[in-house]
Ligand binder design. Structure first.
Ligand code: ADP
Ligand code: MG
Length: 394
C-alpha cells in the first residue's frame, strides 16, 4: 500500500502537488475541464486539513521553452471558480525563481498557488536533478496526482521525490486500487477486451495479460492483423505489417496458456473510411477485396456479450470499431452497454475507450475509468511506473 495525503499531518506543511491540468484549449479558453474537476477532491482535502498548497502541471508541448500559448493561467482562473477562493498564479517563464519561492513561502494554511507549465523548462522531461531540486524547494511533501504522466520519469513526476517525501492523491489512490486489483488479484473469470487501431501499440500488454486473464477478446482495427495472420484476406482493412508476426505469436501463446481467446466472427465493412460509405456485414473469411472492416458485426456482438456475461472482472482498452463515426459505433456501444449491465468490476483504460463510454452516457455505470492512456497500458503490462514507484509505502 502506498501512502496517501491521508497519511500526512498537514498543519504547517506545504504540499507540492503534481496534477494533470493538460486540458484542451481553444483560443485561450478551456474547452473541457474534466481534469481540473478531477483534482478538486484532493485539493479540498488539503485545504480542509490546513496544508499550504503549491500545484504544478504540464500543458501541451511547449518544447522546453516559455510559450504563453501553453500558459496555465486559464487553469488558475478556473480553479479559483471551483474552489471559491483565489488560486494565486505564479507567472514565471522560469517556472521556479526567487519570486516564486518567496510566494510559496508566504502561503498561509489553506492557500493555493499554481506555478507555470513545468514544460517551459527543458530540464523537466530530462528529469534534471537540479530542476527537481528547485521544485522541491517550494514545499515539504510531494503529492503525486497525475496518473497520465506517472509512466514518465520527469522532474515534476519523479525527480522531485529524491528531495522530499512522496505520497499519492486520491486519483492515484483510485487508479492503484482498481488497476492494481485487476492485475494482481482479480475476481474471476477475468476478461480483457483489447481494441483500437494498432497491434504494435498493445502487443506488450496483450502478451502480459495472457498470463493473467481467463478470457481475451480482440476487436477494433487490430483484429484484421490477426485475421491476416490466420490466412484470411482482409480487403482494404487496417493492417499492421510489423504486427503480423507478433499476432501469430499471440495466437500460439493463447493456445498454450489455455486462454479463451476470441476474435470477431463477422465484421461490418465499407467502401471507404467515411460514415456514409455503403457497408454490409461479412463473415471474417469473406471480406471483399475492395472493402474495409470498420466495426464488429452482430454475431460478434452476441458472442462477445455472451462470453462477458460470466466475467467478474473486465478490463477494456481500445474501441472495437471506428466509434467516432455513428454507423460504425454500434459494436463499441454494444460492448459498453454489455459492461454497464454486468455485475462485475469494470475498468476502462485508454483515452479513446473512455471517450466512447462517456459519449454513450455510460461513464457512471463503470467501476473505474482510468485517466491515463499510456500509463494504464504500462500498468496493465506489469511495468513499474517511475512516478508511482517513488511514492512511499505505508
Ligand atoms: P485507446 O485510446 O482507448 O487506447 P486506441 O487509441 O488504441 O484506443 O484506438 C482508438 C482508435 O482505433 C479509434 O480512433 C478508432 O476509430 C480506431 N479503430 C477502431 N476500430 C477500427 C477499425 N476497424 N479500423 C480503423 N480504426 C479503428
Ligand atoms: Mg487512443
Amino acid at each position: 500500500m502506498k501512502k496517501t495525503i491521508r497519511d500526512v499531518k498537514w498543519e504547517g506543511r506545504t504540499a507540492v502537488m503534481r496534477c494533470d491540468f493538460n486540458v484542451p484549449l481553444k483560443d485561450g479558453e478551456i474547452t473541457d475541464d474534466t481534469r481540473i474537476r478531477a483534482a478538486l477532491p484532493s485539493i479540498n482535502y488539503l485545504i480542509d486539513n490546513g496544508a499550504r498548497i503549491v500545484l504544478m502541471s504540464h500543458l501541451g508541448r511547449p518544447k522546453g521553452k516559455p510559450n504563453h500559448e501553453f500558459s496555465l493561467a486559464p487553469v488558475a482562473a478556473r480553479l479559483s471558480e471551483y474552489l471559491g477562493k483565489e488560486v494565486k498564479f505564479a507567472a514565471s517563464d522560469a517556472v521556479v525563481d526567487e519570486d516564486v519561492k518567496k510566494a510559496a513561502s508566504e502561503l498561509a494554511a489553506g492557500d493555493v498557488m499554481l506555478i507555470e507549465n513545468v514544460r517551459y523548462r527543458a530540464e523537466e522531461e530530462k528529469n534534471d536533478h537540479d530542476f527537481a531540486g528547485e521544485l522541491s524547494e517550494l514545499g515539504d511533501i510531494f503529492v503525486q496526482e497525475a496518473f497520465g504522466t506517472s509512466h514518465r520519469a520527469h522532474a515534476s513526476t519523479t525527480g522531485i521525490a529524491a528531495f522530499i517525501p512522496a505520497v499519492s492523491g486520491f486519483l492515484i489512490e483510485k487508479e492503484l486500487k482498481f488497476l492494481g486489483e485487476a492485475v494482481n488479484d482479480p475476481e474471476r473469470p477475468f476478461a480483457a477486451i483489447m481494441g483500437g487501431a494498432k497491434v504494435k501499440d498493445k502487443i506488450a500488454v496483450i502478451t502480459s495479460l495472457l498470463d493473467k486473464v481467463d478470457i481475451l477478446i480482440i476487436g477494433g482495427g487490430m483484429a484484421y492483423t490477426f485475421f491476416k495472420a490466420q490466412g484470411y484476406s482482409i480487403g482494404t482493412s487496417l493492417l499492421d505489417e510489423e504486427g503480423l508476426d507478433l499476432a501469430k505469436n499471440i495466437l500460439d501463446l493463447a493456445k498454450e496458456k489455455g486462454v479463451n481467446f476470441l476474435l470477431p466472427v463477422d465484421v461490418v465493412a465499407a467502401d471507404e473510411f467515411a460514415n456514409d460509405s455503403p457497408h454490409d456485414v461479412y463473415a471474417v473469411d469473406s471480406i471483399p477485396e475492395n472493402r474495409m472492416g470498420l466495426d464488429i458485426g452482430p454475431a460478434t456482438i452476441k458472442l462477445f456479450s455472451d462470453t462477458l456475461a460470466e466475467a467478474k472482472t473486465v478490463v477494456w482498452n481500445g474501441p472495437v470499431g471506428v466509434f467516432e463515426m455513428e454507423n460504425f459505433a454500434v459494436g463499441t456501444r454494444a460492448i459498453a452497454e454489455c459492461l454497464a449491465g454486468l455485475d462485475a468490476t469494470t475498468v476502462i483504460g485508454g483515452g479513446d475507450s473512455a471517450a466512447a463510454v462517456t459519449q454513450f452516457g455510460l461513464a457512471d455505470k463503470m467501476t473505474h475509468i482510468s485517466t491515463g492512456g499510456g500509463a494504464s497500458l504500462e500498468f496493465l503490462e506489469g511495468k513499474e511506473l517511475p512516478g508511482i514507484a517513488v511514492i512511499e509505502d505505508k
